[in-house]
Ligand binder design. Structure first.
Ligand code: G1P
Length: 296
């Protein structure tokens, strides 16, 4: 039987230059989608998939991320004193258990592969999940699980390493990691190759790596070598490609919707979609949205 996936790594050291000036003093992962930071949505996805320990690879100017996943004593005490019990309870329910978070720093921006390698001591010798916080996923039509739950289910059934993929327009394939498809298992498929940011017109498929992975710990020894790939960075995709020479890699097509919140368009679309899926504000928000759209 395959080992259970207990730990997830969240690489959150990126600068967020695409969102300046908003991200001058706030980490991009703390920008909000409706009522909670982007990162909290992604942590909730991990928790739903059974993750028990959350490993954040941060960088300078990211300290508020650590504060966000801790108690806020003065705030919580004030909420209780003022009888704002619903708000107090919501904060308490979202808080990871004591000892269930770890923070380490990527000291230099050497690439995603390097960021994941920075978590090696905390993850140890067990398979683990990776969630790229720029990518926020939502279940199909509000039903079913989010992307990592689907990856973990595929891991439990088929074993091996798992990569979530999604179709991208062919003309955008050069911006992503791309996989080649082998045998189809119905709910997953064999990955026969992968390439990080293929030059325009050379992508072997239009299935892009969408930011959710289940990886075996042997990836760390490969990433340790620090070989540079696309963009002069230590790429996770290159590390996985080497691991694929000795271990199986399976792909999962996520059935729901993924928003690339690393781009302004994806971030704004996620806000609209999540607001429309939120029963507390969906009705009035739709009315406001119609007014705004009618005015343009
Ligand atoms: C990273 C990965 C890439 C993946 C992408 C998804 O690239 O290296 O394989 O397709 O995330 O967003 P980045 O966005 O950091 O350039």
């Amino acid at each position: 039987m395959s080992k259970r996936i207990r730990k997830a790594v969240f690489p959150v050291a990126g600068l967020g230059t695409r969102f300046l000036p908003a991200t001058k003093s706030i980490p991009k992962e703390m920008l909000t989608i409706v009522d909670r930071p982007v990162l909290q949505h992604v942590v909730e996805e991990a928790r739903e998939a059974g993750i028990e320990h959350f490993v954040f690879v941060t960088g300078r100017n990211k300290a508020v991320i650590e504060d966000h996943f801790d108690i806020a004593y003065e705030l919580e005490e004030t909420l209780q004193r003022r009888g704002k019990i619903k708000e107090f309870e919501a904060l308490a329910a979202q808080l990871p258990a004591a000892g269930a978070t770890s923070f380490t720093r990527q000291q230099a921006p050497l690439g995603l592969g390097h960021a994941i390698w920075c978590a090696r001591e905390i993850v140890g010798d067990e398979p683990f999940a990776v969630l790229l916080p720029d990518m926020v996923t939502a279940p199909a039509n509000g039903q079913g699980g989010r992307c990592l739950a689907q990856c973990v289910a595929a891991y439990e059934k088929h074993g091996g390493n798992i990569i979530a993929v999604e179709e991208t327009p062919w003309e955008e394939a050069h911006q992503y990691g791309i996989v080649s498809v082998g045998k189809d298992f119905g709910d997953a498929f064999e990955i026969t190759g992968m390439i990080e940011k293929p030059p325009k017109g050379t992508a072997p498929s239009n299935l892009m790596i969408s930011g959710r992975y289940v990886l075996s710990p042997e990836i760390f020894a490969i990433l340790e070598k620090g070989e540079k790939g696309a963009g002069g960075e230590i790429q996770l995709t290159d590390g996985m490609k080497i691991l694929a020479q000795t271990q199986a890699f399976n792909g999962v097509r996520f059935e729901g919707k993924t928003y690339d919140c690393g781009s302004k368009l994806g971030f704004l679309a996620a806000n609209v979609a999540f607001a429309l899926a939120n029963p507390e504000i969906a009705g009035p928000f739709k009315a406001e949205l119609k007014k705004v759209l009618g005015a343009v």
